[in-house]
Ligand binder design. Structure first.
Ligand code: C2E
Ligand code: CA
Ligand code: CA
Ligand code: CA
Length: 275
């Protein structure tokens, strides 16, 4: 009884009322922000750890709110998922990202995060293909990042969607590996093209033996399944060296740069002669 009492929402608690109010305001504002073009793609460099070259970018959503400034995706993606707005948000973001990346050097790929909610939509592959055709961006330059959580809500549907995307030449990465429920069996059952090791492990391996062992195991599983491994959250040269030594093919993180908008990405690529 004590447990139940502690977990029950207290609707008269002013802090609770305030936070519900804040959430509702955010939801209303988000509904207007998507068609207004306030949700924009930022781009985070992906580096080949052996050559040091930029090989692609991960697309990360940013909300440029006219009053509150930049709002983090951790605040608005969950609301978009709960309200079904994630589909329109994703369409808008993909369109902007494809149009921006279309003119870059064709060797550069982009990786887009797809929410578990979107993997419940059997029409997702057709929707993405339509956007590729409309923008003229090549399917071969697109990678979709899917978290483990997304896969096991409805594995047969996820399998079918992943199969359709792959038939079009789109690549699939397993995101945030190590934080969810994957087993080696799942890794084998689904035709991933890449594994991304969550930054919590990448950042923990300096201090902690278990994380180092886990990252080493993931890297060798990747190698044995012929899957390249990307390390997220590389913040310094020591982390880069460790991840390279463990066999990670690619890295991302603040060492290379924070995510930047399309205009700044263009400037960066012009400097590197990658336009
Ligand atoms: P994620 O997919 O794991 O993205 C990586 C996050 O780590 C990004 O945060 C990125 O800015 C941050 N990051 C990158 N390098 C470093 C580093 O060296 N150190 C640290 N401390 N952090 C680093 P961000 O942009 O705030 O995104 C948070 C999460 O929101 C993403 O995690 C992803 O799950 C979700 N998200 C972002 N954009 C989208 C989107 O367009 N659609 C969906 N469904 N989810 C998105
Ligand atoms: Ca991601
Ligand atoms: Ca990730
Ligand atoms: Ca993450």
């Amino acid at each position: 009884a004590k447990e139940a009492g502690r977990n029950r929402l207290n609707w008269f608690d002013p802090a609770m009322a305030r936070s519900l109010h804040a959430r509702n305001e955010l939801e209303t504002a988000l509904r207007a922000a998507i068609p207004a073009g306030q949700i924009v793609p930022f781009f985070e460099q992906q580096i080949d750890l052996n050559t040091g070259q930029i090989v692609g970018f991960e697309v990360l959503a940013r909300w440029n709110h006219p009053v509150h400034g930049q709002i983090s995706p951790d605040r608005f993606i969950p609301i978009a998922e709960q309200t079904g707005m994630i589909a329109d948000l994703s369409t808008s973001l993909m369109t902007q990202a494809f149009l921006a990346a279309r003119d870059w050097d064709p060797s550069l790929t982009i990786s887009i995060n797809i929410s578990p909610v979107q993997l419940r939509d059997a029409w997702l592959p057709q929707k993405i293909i339509k956007l590729l055709l409309e923008t003229g961006f090549s399917a071969h330059r697109l990678e979709i990042e899917i978290t483990e959580r997304a896969l096991f809500e409805n594995l047969p549907l996820a399998q079918s969607i992943i199969g359709s995307l792959k038939n079009q030449g789109i690549r699939i990465a397993l995101d945030d590996f190590g934080t969810g429920y994957s087993s080696l069996g799942h890794l084998r059952a689904l035709p991933f093209d890449r594994i991304k090791i969550d930054r919590s492990f990448v950042q923990a391996i300096a201090e902690d033996q278990d994380s180092a062992a886990l990252v080493g195991a993931v890297a060798s599983v990747g190698a044995s399944l012929n899957l390249p491994v990307t390390a997220e959250g590389i913040e310094d040269l020591a982390a880069e060296a460790r991840m390279r030594a463990l066999g990670c093919a690619r890295g991302q993180g603040y060492l290379y740069g924070h995510p930047i908008d399309a205009a700044n990405t263009r400037r960066l690529l012009a400097e590197r002669r990658l336009l």
